[in-house]
Design a protein around this ligand. Sequence first.
Ligand code: HEC
Ligand code: HEC
Length: 192
Amino acid sequence: MMMAFFNFCCLMSWQAFAAPATPDAAAGKTKAQTCFACHGENGMGIEPPIPNLAAQPPLAIFYQLVQFREGMRKGGAMESFAKPLTDNDIRDIAAYFSTLPPPPAREGDVAKISIGKQIAQQQYCNSCHAPQFQGQKQVSRLAGQSKDYFITQLRNIRSGTRVDMDGTMGSAARGVSDAQIDALAEYAASLP
Ligand code: HEC
Ligand code: HEC
């Protein structure tokens, strides 16, 4: 009986003081004001080289921001925007962008889209990025992503200019040609 009470107290205090606060999307919106100039309040990049963040999995946003903050990933001056953020800020910001409605599907070259879909299946891209490229856990959403951004990133990951967390994306990227990357980007952008 005493033991059970002790355990209960420990559990309660651990939850109150040691666990990270539950991510707060409303606080995230306040903390993301400086981001809106480029990523939009609706999570849509204002220019083709700027990624859409809307509906990306929170963990994917989290890990990319940590990579920028630690200087492991560089680009778009994101290192300096990520620098002042604490882990809790990042969790709140990720909660905000991840709960926004996804980017709308875009029309594109029908032949390219179908080739892109075939390559995605042959190369098992969906096994990590999920069946409709909606992303999951730490794996980025690709559906509705800017083509321009998609192409640059995949080329950078293939060449190693952009690091990837555990090398899995790097080895997936080595198998695709420029023409295939183009078709994959067209396919991803066409998905809702
Ligand atoms: C001046 C424009 C600009 C501002 C302001 C900005 N970003 Fe970015 N962001 C970019 C660009 C450009 C990239 C792509 C970088 C690259 O080429 O690798 C990017 C990439 C990202 C990514 C990676 C997305 C992915 O799919 O991997 C995240 C997450 C992100 N930004 C979040 C933020 C947050 C949060 C803020 C505010 C604290 C912010 N950005 C402010 C331009 C900006
Ligand atoms: C084994 C899992 C895995 C497979 C297979 C995989 N990816 Fe990825 N991919 C990831 C992860 C994880 C990331 C995040 C990069 C990182 O590690 O920082 C990523 C990132 C990306 C990005 C950058 C997205 C962004 O928002 O910046 C693109 C584009 C991409 N993958 C396309 C593909 C394509 C196309 C394929 C198939 C040829 C593929 N991936 C296969 C795990 C995978």
